[in-house]
Write a protein that binds this ligand. Structure first.
Ligand code: PRP
Length: 188
């Protein structure tokens, strides 16, 4: 049963749809092929950064056609002021040792890159063989250069408040099956 286009109580808060369910499926398929090619023989560890990445994570691991393992990390969100200071705190660490492993960090969105810059340094100290980033979205902010560069990118989005497909505003909208721009009156 396909509910795409069905009106939900939250749809009235969305200004426009940036990526439809079909767009997302096509992006996931393309990224899955890239990852399958690159990690065919290495049994990589895919790490989801909670919470926003879980929806993309569930899709991308099923689009990769080679053996892999999964684990999860959660980091603190200190708000914009603390983010600019680069302070990130690990709330939930990996269950898996990563020494000698190929690591793919899976994120929903890369903005300043501060979160991932910290995480990569932290994970590098544990001696993995490699670390790459698969980011569903990269936010293009005029004048901003991300602190890290993901090897695998789903799509670039403008500097707008995007929600859905895991991304929230005030913990809402994560379960929207598409990516949309939130109406400014919802958060202003
Ligand atoms: C978002 C996103 C990244 C981070 C990106 O998480 O999932 O982890 O922000 O921002 P940055 O590139 O500027 O560091 P958020 O703190 O909103 O938490 P959530 O995943 O639980 O929604």
């Amino acid at each position: 049963m396909d509910h795409e286009g069905a009106l939900t109580p939250r749809q009235e808060d969305i200004e426009r749809i940036l990526l439809s369910k079909a767009d997302i499926a096509s992006i996931v398929c393309r990224m899955g092929e890239e990852l399958t090619k690159d990690y065919r023989d290495s049994n990589p560890l895919f790490i989801a950064i909670l919470r926003g990445a879980v929806v993309f994570f569930a899709d991308i691991i099923r689009a990769v056609q080679c053996p892999l393992q999964i684990d999860f990390m959660a980091v603190s969100s200190y708000g914009s002021a603390a983010k600019s200071s680069g302070v990130v705190r690990i709330l939930k660490d990996l269950n898996t040792p990563i020494e000698g492993r190929d690591i793919v960090i899976v994120e929903d969105i890369l903005d300043t890159g501060i979160t991932l810059n910290y995480l990569i340094k932290n994970l590098e100290s544990r001696g993995p063989r490699s670390i790459e980033i698969a980011a569903f979205l990269v936010k293009d902010v005029p004048g901003q250069r991300s602190a890290v560069l993901p090897r695998y990118v789903g799509a670039h989005v403008p500097d707008a408040f995007v929600v859905g497909y895991g991304l929230d505003y005030d913990e809402r909208y994560r379960n929207l099956p598409y990516l949309g721009v939130l109406k400014p009156e919802v958060y202003s």
